[in-house]
Design a protein around this ligand. Structure first.
Ligand SMILES: Cc1cc2nc3c(=O)[nH]c(=O)nc-3n(C[C@H](O)[C@H](O)[C@H](O)COP(=O)(O)OP(=O)(O)OC[C@H]3O[C@@H](n4cnc5c(N)ncnc54)[C@H](O)[C@@H]3O)c2cc1C
Length: 440
């Protein structure tokens, strides 16, 4: 097959988007070809995994569709991109080609009683703000609040609100307008199960140009900050707090060493484990009682429109990112889940040298990020096996292959993208990881 003519594609894209709508500048291409994969020392050793030949910057959903059509006509690989905050290299254009940066297509189109509709590049914080102005709140958003709705649906899984509603695969997505190489520049409107086919598979079956997701009535949230002598005391409290009704939006906890890496705050006292929650105002008294009974101390209770965002940016992978930044080259992490995180904490933290758990109250069971000192890929994978034996659910953030409904995605992509132009390298049924070992 003849390679794509990128000079001709660039000229076509410039005609469509104007000269500022496309770039072949090396710095722009490199910038558009990285994500958060450096969080994994295993993937970091392999970087760069690919560099785009061109970057396009469509400003509307219809332009996203037209860009995909042009790239498909030229036979160019197409990797969609939001803000590039994904963790595993899933946004890296491994075959080069065109990166479609959707971040300028960010119009918020409609806020209804139950849903909000926006273009793919709208940020989660902009969506939450628009919902709030209409007396509503998003069902969920990730701790990377500046990431895009397209990137969150295609690459993320959950965050603030997940305790009540589960992951973004579970009813959050109401409808999508997607473009595929075979749709010839037309947007296909899909709803329900059909829309799920385009969720959490990294744009390999189609590119989300517009999304409609769920909102609910705005609640009066309080930021509750507590501390404990020992992390182990905070864990049963976290589990109980996650079961309060109305359900909190977030309950996070960290051992003292991780808490010490977070931005300085008098509500995060030195040498103590930290527990932070976004609680419905009606449950603050109950939350206080649970925390104090477990041996904890209330450090502060904050209110105002900013409390949700302030605590969200300290949740999920963010404490790990702070930890890695504070001691570069020392720590890796794996994503873990299950009650064993609370019930077998010593064994869980003992799996890796220097093991420390950041934990969140989850929908069915706690979710966490287990950090440890990095030795080798083999040691990481051996630890994953040990964690599995302990009854811990593990997702390895050291691999970029689609691992959510892979068979269904392969089937869908065979119809929507028979030439395999969409985000090549992420849909390999025989994939066993970037290095030898048992990873899923
Ligand atoms: C410190 C840190 C904390 C994080 N916390 C969370 C968290 O709490 N919850 C969570 O779920 N994730 C989390 N993540 C992962 C990531 O930040 C989120 O999933 C984020 O929502 C991704 O959005 P993005 O705009 O950056 O997408 P990108 O990183 O740009 O893209 C993510 C994936 O989706 C594809 N994609 C992008 N846009 C589209 C589109 N329009 N259509 C189809 N495919 C597309 C990309 O090709 C890529 O494969 C975290 C990451 C970091 C580094």
């Amino acid at each position: 097959m003849t390679p794509p003519d990128y000079t001709a594609l660039e000229a076509d894209l410039a005609r469509l988007l104007g000269p500022r709508g496309v770039s072949s500048d090396l710095r722009q291409r490199e910038k558009a070809s990285v994500d958060g994969a450096r969080m994994s020392p295993i993937i970091a050793e392999l970087l760069p995994l690919g560099v785009a030949d061109l970057v396009a910057f469509p400003t509307t959903a219809d332009e996203i569709a037209a860009v995909v059509r042009l790239a498909a006509d030229h036979g160019a690989p197409i990797t969609p991109r939001g803000k590039g905050t994904g963790n595993y290299g899933q946004g890296i254009p491994m075959s080069g080609g065109l990166v479609v940066d959707t971040s300028r297509a960010r119009a918020i189109l409609e806020v209804g009683d139950d849903t909000i509709t926006a273009e793919a590049g709208a940020t989660m914080s902009a969506l939450e703000q628009a919902a709030r102005a209409a007396g509503r709140q998003l069902w969920m958003y990730p701790s990377t609040v500046h990431s895009t709705i397209g990137g969150f649906l295609a690459g993320g899984s959950g965050g603030t609100g997940t305790i009540a509603h589960g992951s973004n695969h579970m009813g959050f997505v109401v409808a999508l307008d997607v473009v595929t190489p075979v749709s010839r520049g037309e947007l296909a409107h899909v709803e329900g199960d059909e829309a799920l086919g385009f969720v959490h598979n990294y744009g390999t079956a189609g590119i989300i140009a517009r999304a409609t997701v769920r909102v609910e009535p705005l609640q009066d949230w309080r930021g509750v900050y507590a501390s404990f002598d020992a992390f182990e005391e905070a864990l049963p409290a976290l589990r109980m707090l996650g079961r309060l009704s109305p359900t909190p939006r977030l309950v996070s906890a960290d051992p003292p060493h991780i808490a010490a890496q977070l931005p300085p705050d008098p509500a995060l006292p030195e040498g103590r484990a930290s527990l932070r929650m976004i609680a419905d105002a009606a449950t603050v008294a109950q939350a206080r009682a649970i925390i104090q009974e477990a041996g904890g101390r209330i450090e502060d209770v904050r209110e105002g429109p900013g409390v949700s965002a302030a605590l969200s940016v300290l949740s999920y992978n963010h404490p790990i990112e702070w930890l890695q930044k504070s001691e570069p080259g020392v720590y890796f992490h794996v994503e873990v889940s299950g009650d064993a995180l609370v019930d077998r904490i010593d064994e869980v933290q003992g799996v890796y040298p220097g093991g420390m758990l950041h934990i969140e109250a989850g929908h069915a069971a706690p979710i966490g990020m287990l950090a440890g000192e990095y030795e080798s890929p083999e040691a990481v994978y051996a630890g994953i096996e040990r964690l599995t034996e302990l009854g811990v659910g593990v997702h390895s953030p050291h691999q970029w292959n689609v691992d959510f409904r892979l068979a269904e995605t392969l089937d869908l992509a065979a119809r929507t993208d028979p030439q395999r132009l969409l985000n090549p390298g992420k849909l390999n049924p025989d994939y066993r990881g970037p290095a030898k070992g048992a990873i899923r």
